[in-house]
Design a protein around this ligand. Sequence first.
Ligand code: MG
Length: 280
Amino acid sequence: MSRGAPIERKTPDQLRAMRAAGLVVARVLTQLRDAARPGVTTADLDRLARDELARARASSSFLGYDGGYGLPPYPGVTCISVDDEVVHGIPGPRVLGEGDLVSVDFGACLDGWHGDAAVTFAVGECAAERAELCEATRQALWAGIAAMRDGGRIGDIGHAVESRLRAEPRRYGIVTEFTGHGIGRAMHMEPDVPNTGRQGRGAELTPGVTLAIEPMVTLGSARLAELDDEWTIVTRDGSVAAHWEHTVAITEHGLWVLTADDGGEAELTARGVRFGPLAD
Ligand code: MG
């Protein structure tokens, strides 16, 4: 049975520091969502995020990132992926239009600690199948989060994400080429957190573990292609995709969703999962 290497654990003080970074991420994502209207460009949204980072005295987790293996340094502070773009869309002159399905992925680093989260939303009104894809992906994220517990395994998360999506009336594509990840002093750390998996497999989850969970889901096939910019990932069949992400900690008291405004209290409580924030 594969157990994987033990996952780095943070102290309570380190979790509090990561919560501060997570709150910056939560605030910026809310602002970008509010600002995304027809006629706004993805570069406009990126500029707004840069201003907010400066105001928060935080740095970007994404700007200049080379993927760890020599990709061209990432030029934005956000990844904005529209319609058939799945992840890593580079902000630029693209003008958002009514009905677009937009995923914004954003990472902030505060006092050396990273927070990473993504949301998907429609610009104005969108087709029903797009709204359903978005909500199914969001539900899958929370199912994955809710599967985290002291003594559990990494595989429990992917199993929960996949099971939630397979319970939908429509058969969605679940992206497996990209995964969630450990997070802390670096944005991407061990272990990988796949969006499919088997219960009871992989590294053990214990208090102090922090993970970024991020299902990526499509209306068609989950086969992917990369654009010539070497970053933007699109669906091969042109189908629309959604992406949701949160950075989550296991504490001695329960779960703490570090990049959610309310720490995850509402969604966790609704699922009968213990909400476990640390006091300041
Ligand atoms: Mg991530």
